[in-house]
Design a protein around this ligand. Structure first.
Ligand SMILES: [Zn+2]
Length: 397
């Protein structure tokens, strides 16, 4: 429903007033970058135009600041929400998976996976996630000829229940050019009471002949405060909400991934902080057990940790240079950077970076990681000790 969409109130009001005025375009393109709820918005719109008991704020309904929305309770709404309405048709990129589907695939073959993914993610997922869900390996997913003929077949049936038949085409830019003419004909000669809702992340890849027949609906980015509120509402810790919202720059997919990554990032931060403390204390026993423990991580994971360490060093440098206002960091990270930044300066940052860059390179070459980490630690002890000596010299002056 519209009230489940994060922010974008102006756009939703425009859609509502067009429906109220009886101006429902027969082909609309919801476009914008990945992670902006374009599909969710198209589905909310499809449900709204077919709802038999639309709600209005003027009747005292709380619609999350909107003037009108679908009821969510009538039989039409319930079927739309479960994505099982007989007048709701889906077309999306697909391909054979070699297992259950061997040749000439079509969207219908994957409808169960599609519904499941839509319902579990609030219809917010990336092309890559979809390809992974289908299990088609490295094959490119496209909208092919069988899908286009299926649309025609669906259209030849009379609308069974809904006021408007809805055909949702997700990622129209994946339409194979050879089949475009079939779709074009349908768009040119629209059937009555039929609405095409197309979704695109790359409008420059849509055939101009198709593009020219669509009414464009630009879906703007989610504003950071709206995203913050949404994350908090969905049970995210308030402090994490602020952090994740600012890091994900308005993308809901990014926010979801960030939430998953947040825990790992916190763990990496703690490991980095512990590591630097043991190097400061020249605690060889601790360094050895740290190297053994971290050395058993997978190669990719270790590379990721070392890259994260470089971000931490940058955080220290920024703290030193008093330009922290735009850094996306937790309180814990900031407070550590404030303390450790005394040992990171414009003079020695290059030594740190060289050390970490070289380590990342060597991990990629499959070096024995525990030994690498021990060597790195000794070098870190040296850099930190030198910085400490310099600090003491300055203080006694
Ligand atoms: Zn309804």
């Amino acid at each position: 429903m519209f009230r489940d969409i994060v922010g974008r109130k102006n756009l939703i009001e425009q859609l509502i007033s067009a429906v109220q005025a009886g101006r429902i375009p027969h082909a609309q393109l919801f476009w914008g970058p990945e992670g902006d709820q374009k599909l969710a918005l198209a589905l909310a719109y499809a449900q709204y135009i077919n709802c038999r008991h639309k709600l209005y704020a003027t009747d005292g309904h709380d619609l999350n600041g909107l003037s009108s929305d679908a009821c969510g309770k009538c039989p039409s709404c319930i079927k739309f929400q479960r994505l099982v309405h007989p007048d709701l048709h889906f077309v999306y990129p697909n391909n054979i998976n070699g297992g259950t589907i061997k040749k000439d695939s079509q969207s219908l073959d994957y409808i169960e996976q599609w519904r499941k993914l839509c319902l579990s993610t609030g219809a917010e997922f990336s092309y890559n996630e979809w390809v992974e869900t289908m299990g088609i390996g490295n094959r490119q997913a496209i909208i092919n000829v069988r899908d286009c003929s299926q649309i025609l077949q669906d259209l030849s049936l009379k609308s069974s229940e809904a006021d408007f038949r809805v055909i949702v085409i997700w990622l129209i830019e994946k339409l194979s050019p050879s089949t475009a003419s079939t779709l074009l004909k349908t768009l040119e000669e629209p059937e009555p009471q039929t609405v095409f809702l197309l979704v695109s992340e790359k409008t420059d890849q849509i055939l101009p002949t198709i593009l020219s027949r669509l009414q464009m609906v630009k879906v703007p980015k989610v504003e950071t405060p709206d995203l913050e509120k949404y994350l908090e509402k969905s049970g995210c810790d308030p402090q994490d909400s602020v952090l994740v919202a600012s890091r994900s720059q308005g993308s809901l997919i990014e926010a979801r991934l960030q939430l998953e990554n947040n825990e790992m990032r916190q763990n990496f931060h703690r490991s980095f902080a512990d590591w630097m403390r043991m190097c400061f204390r020249l605690d060889i026993a601790a360094i050895q057990s740290f190297s053994e423990r971290m050395g058993t991580m997978g190669r990719e994971q270790l590379k990721f940790f070392l890259e994260n360490c470089m971000d931490e060093l940058q955080g220290c440098l920024m703290t030193n240079n008093r330009c922290t206002q735009w850094l996306n960091a937790s309180e814990e990270e900031r407070s550590f950077w404030k303390n450790f930044s005394a040992y990171v300066s414009n003079q020695n940052i290059q030594q740190y970076y060289t050390l970490f860059n070289q380590a990342i390179f060597l991990v990629g070459r499959n070096i024995y990681a525990p030994a690498l980490l021990t060597d790195m630690s000794l070098e870190l002890c040296r850099i930190i000790a030198a910085a400490n000596k310099e600090l003491k010299r300055k203080n006694t002056r």
